[in-house]
Design a protein around this ligand. Structure first.
Ligand code: GLU
Length: 472
């Protein structure tokens, strides 16, 4: 499809260098809407070997803050959406002045003295566009051809002064100066496009191809709100989500890969991305979807990266490395992977000692060894003492060298557990090994800590139960 000399991506033969950009205002935190716009711009630029630029719209000096610029850039890097160039609108004052002068000289704009909006008792000078009220047409990839009657716009203000353009003019100038070929931005900006097209025509510059991306709504309906919904990228980083999980989640916000794979790498997304598969309908951001992707990413993560995420926390908890038995580390990694536990939670659990039992015998209240039966009645210490003693004997018969693994340990006690009722046998065994109300299963722990430790801990459980039944 050709549009004003620019080809959209209906075919692979895009002529000339593709340049895309995001133009965030550094006035607040970086939220997923902007991250999604960044992703689409990045994918499109990379797909066509083009340039992906970041331009901070920092002309609102009072509200703009460098700390927000830093947050945006670090979030982009975290997501691996590395920009090719980073600029600030405020650095282009000289250029803006020249363009405003051009519009004034060609009589497309005029200086108007009028009462200030903020303080009507004061007169200000603004620059207004001389609107001849034409019908303007532009092509939007998502909504096809759009024609708008601009007479409602009147002579709109384009600059606060002869060197201080407002958003619509600044965007037009900066996009032209940067050679932006494709503008991909939120649907909320479609109302601005007719003004921008008028300015583009007046300045005789080549217009970009527009793609307005559908807005993001919350699952409860309505536009995603920065105040009500958890939407800041930083908060997802802090919660321990993985960048790949966020990328996969936002990629599907308004775009459909038309491919039945469930999870994509950034390279695969670059390959698949196409403007035509952007939908018109608003997209729904559901954190549950992010959680699901996060689990998938952990489950598929290469071993060395998983180690890198978890092991440093264990080393911090147990600085004496000899205590960190490799088998126990392996079991923890396996648990984290199977359950898809968010890394920040894993690290916090390690820090709080919830995994200590893998490396050191636990301490626990003896009563924790007593499970409840099917009628929710607690077994007596005597009953559990009998089953734990028997379990000890069964485990002792397993060979430490050739057989001590999850399967053989399970085989050794399984029949007895089935006869007696599983909770009666397996609960006290698990508590004796972990000292915790919740933990991985007893066979997994037994394999990790080895036969000697397992028997020692079970014996200790027996002693605790004897004390408990004696004192009862
Ligand atoms: N500052 C605008 C925004 O963040 C940029 C709009 C545009 O891309 O033209 O939404």
């Amino acid at each position: 499809m050709k549009h004003n000399g620019i080809t959209t991506d209906t075919s692979s033969d895009i002529s000339g260098k593709v340049v895309t950009r995001i133009a965030p205002s550094p006035t607040g935190s970086f939220h997923i809407g902007t991250a999604r716009t960044a992703l689409f711009n990045f994918l499109f630029a990379r797909k066509h070997n083009g340039i992906f630029a970041v331009r901070f719209e920092d002309t609102d000096r009072e509200r703009s803050d460098e700390k927000h610029e830093e947050e945006i850039l670090s979030a982009l890097h975290w997501l691996s959406l590395h920009p090719d160039t980073v600029t600030r609108q405020s650095e282009r004052k000289e250029i803006h002045r020249e363009y405003i002068a051009r519009l004034l000289d060609s009589d497309h704009a005029y200086v108007s003295r009028e009462p200030s909006k903020k303080d009507p008792s004061r007169e200000v000078e603004v620059v207004r566009f001389r609107n001849t009220n034409p019908k303007v047409s532009f092509t939007d990839t998502v909504r096809s051809d759009i024609t708008i009657d601009t007479s409602d716009l009147g002579d709109f203000v384009i600059a606060r002064s002869t060197d201080d353009p407002l958003y619509n003019l600044a965007v037009v100038i900066d996009d032209a100066e940067m050679g932006v070929t494709h503008v991909l931005r939120g649907d909320d900006h479609i109302v601005n496009t007719p003004r921008q097209v008028l300015l583009i025509k007046a300045l005789g510059i080549s217009p970009p191809m527009y793609t307005h991306i559908p807005l993001i709504h919350s699952p409860s309906g309505g536009k995603l709100s920065k105040r009500k919904d958890a939407v800041s990228v930083l908060s997802f980083v802090e919660q321990g989500y993985l960048p790949e999980a966020l990328i996969n989640t936002i990629a599907l916000l308004g775009w459909n890969p038309k491919d039945d794979r469930e999870i994509f790498t950034l390279e695969e997304l670059i390959e698949l991305f196409s403007l035509e598969h952007i939908q018109k309908k608003e997209a729904i951001f559901d954190e549950k979807k992010l959680q699901w992707f996060n689990k998938q990413c952990i489950q598929r993560m290469p071993e060395n990266r998983l180690r890198g995420e978890v092991v440093p926390a264990l080393v911090k908890r147990f600085p004496v490395r000899s205590r960190l038995h490799p088998r126990s580390i392996q079991t923890i990694l396996q648990t984290v992977r199977e359950r898809g536990i968010v890394f920040s939670e894993v690290r916090e659990s390690i820090h709080n000692g919830e995994y200590d039992f893998f490396f050191t015998a636990p301490d626990y209240p003896a009563a924790l060894l007593l499970p409840k039966d099917s009628t929710k009645e607690q077994y007596s210490a005597d009953q559990i003492l009998t089953s734990l003693e028997r379990t000890h004997a069964l485990l002792k018969s397993v060979s430490a060298y050739r057989q001590w693994d999850e399967k053989h340990v399970q085989d050794a006690v399984w029949k007895y557990a089935e006869e007696q009722g599983k909770s009666r046998v397996l609960w006290p065994l698990r508590v004796a090994l972990s000292g915790r109300e919740k933990s991985p299963g007893p066979f997994v722990i037994a394999q990790a800590i080895g036969k000697k430790q397992t028997l020692m801990r079970v014996k200790k459980g027996v002693v605790r139960l004897r004390e408990l039944s004696g004192s009862a």
